[in-house]
Write a protein that binds this ligand. Sequence first.
Ligand code: ARG
Length: 278
Amino acid sequence: MKKILMVTPEFFDVEYAINPYMTSNDGQLHKIDRLKAQSQWNELKNAYSKLEYAVDVLPGVKGLPDMVFAANQSFPFWDHKKEQPSVIISSMRSEFRKNEVSYFEKYYAENKYTIYTLERSGQAFEGNGDALIRPGRKQIFGGYGFRTDKNVYNEIQRITNYEIFLLELKNEHFYHLDTCLSFLDENTIAIVTEAFTADDLRSLKNKFANIIEIDIDEAKNNFAGNCHCPDGKNVILQSGSEKLIKSLHAHGFKTIEVDTSEFMKSGGSVFCMKMMCY
Ligand code: ARG
């Protein structure tokens, strides 16, 4: 995967609360500093450009304040039989976000992807927020419980022909799998252990030679679990994630810190703000 897709943040805002991060302790919706959000978004885009990824940009749409979280509306994968890029279009859990997906579908059509939809299943699926591909393998790790329904993975298995490993999410602070599990390379993951059931944790430990544990407070306050390693070497993450940065360095990864504080007010950081595609 050599391409990054992002959505411009001019209409990004917190207009409703669909996860616990979007309100302050007194229940008020967070206020966004638009200028700051724009410069943080530019900084993230530059981080990918510096790693030599081409960044495609879709314009944000008025009235769709969460569209900037480009990880959720789709799930691109490689079809190994047809040898071509394919994508499953998400079926968003929240009514507020349902209209975002058509803009992505159009992008994939223009880029000649084979497009699959989940219309008939009637199940929720929030794309690459919950379904993560293990680098170098035909394996999907599928989070479910908050935004994605468990049974949708039967259809995803049929469409992709990938092996599926289900992971149940129970802690609302880790409502998408990408908030608590990050693939660093084929055999290394970073996880928030508290986000998983004992059974799921055991099966993760059996599958991966290297597991980096993310401190739960760093994951909640700093979205450390939402880091992104696009190439098996460099990890882009929210600045100040000191504990994770130390562990990543100890495992030989390089780190690139960016500030996504405005986007964290909506419950997302680096991984959520982009889609990796072909
Ligand atoms: N406000 C957005 C929502 O709750 C944030 C999405 C974050 N994306 C992610 N992949 N975790 O839907």
